[in-house]
Design a protein around this ligand. Sequence first.
Ligand SMILES: Nc1nc2c(ncn2[C@@H]2O[C@H](COP(=O)(O)OP(=O)(O)OP(=O)(O)O)[C@@H](O)[C@H]2O)c(=O)[nH]1
Ligand SMILES: [Zn+2]
Length: 294
Amino acid sequence: MTEGRIIKAVSGFYDVKHEDEIYRCRGRGLFRKKNITPLVGDFVEFDKSTQGEGFILSVKPRKNALTRPSVANIDQAIIVTSAVQPDFNPLLLDRFLVLIESKDIHPVIFMTKQDLLSEQDHEKWLNRQYMYEAIGYPVERVSAAHGKDSIQRLEKYFKDRVSVISGQSGVGKSSLLNVLNPSLDLQTNAISTSLGRGKHTTRHVALVEAGGGLVADTPGFSALDLSGIDAGDLGDCFPEIREHLIGCKFRSCYHYKEPGCAVKQAVENGEITEQRYAHYIRFLDEINSRKPRY
Ligand SMILES: Nc1nc2c(ncn2[C@@H]2O[C@H](COP(=O)(O)OP(=O)(O)OP(=O)(O)O)[C@@H](O)[C@H]2O)c(=O)[nH]1
Ligand SMILES: [Zn+2]
């Protein structure tokens, strides 16, 4: 029996990587009976048969998993957000952050297309960077247009980790990966107009090498609705709210209209920014206005 990691799923087969070899494996019928579907990113035990083939025997417990795209055991999600084309959207960035936090995945923020900014705008972007760093998120301002040298410092994020890259269509996700690993040769386009969905329509996902680690070749968090999050858990998805909510008078505080709310106090003191708090309230409304499902 050998241990490996699934890096690709192709019509009933799983490509399992063990050291530097790849074995094309079937899942035994027992998966169907036990109702376990192996996912890309899973650590598995498998039996080697001849010529790079094998059978998966068991799947190890997962630390996390996404459904769109289906990938497990992710170490971090890199949110790519561009300065322009498309314009920066703070509400969308916070939505990605909340979704990532809700899955217990570590977020990192890359702000791209910095080469397109004027001198004046740089200051504004520096402040944005500081704001998210103050919350505790690593932030990098980058430009894929400047090629390998400016991207090299990003390798420390990728090395020995499994990452998913998230972000709106056209922000430069594929361009970044191409600089990190030119052999990927991912297609890049100006913003796709068709439904704003971009070019990643495939349901398959594979882990590919980039920057000394593995990266999902399909953007993560393609479903941006908050339907998987309970109103009572939303505060935990904002690190600066998480830090204060212990001081709220009521344990069931939603940090909205309740008296004795330590979170609202922190907003007044300037420890939590008005903007992030406004986004929290907006997401809370969105979750609360969800129709109950029976
Ligand atoms: N000036 C400049 N242009 C960039 C940069 N990064 C990407 N672009 C351009 O932005 C456009 C979109 O880049 P992509 O890498 O395809 O964006 P994506 O995020 O993969 O987009 P989807 O596949 O639609 O999700 C392309 O025309 C790129 O050449 C950058 O750092 N600077
Ligand atoms: Zn509160």
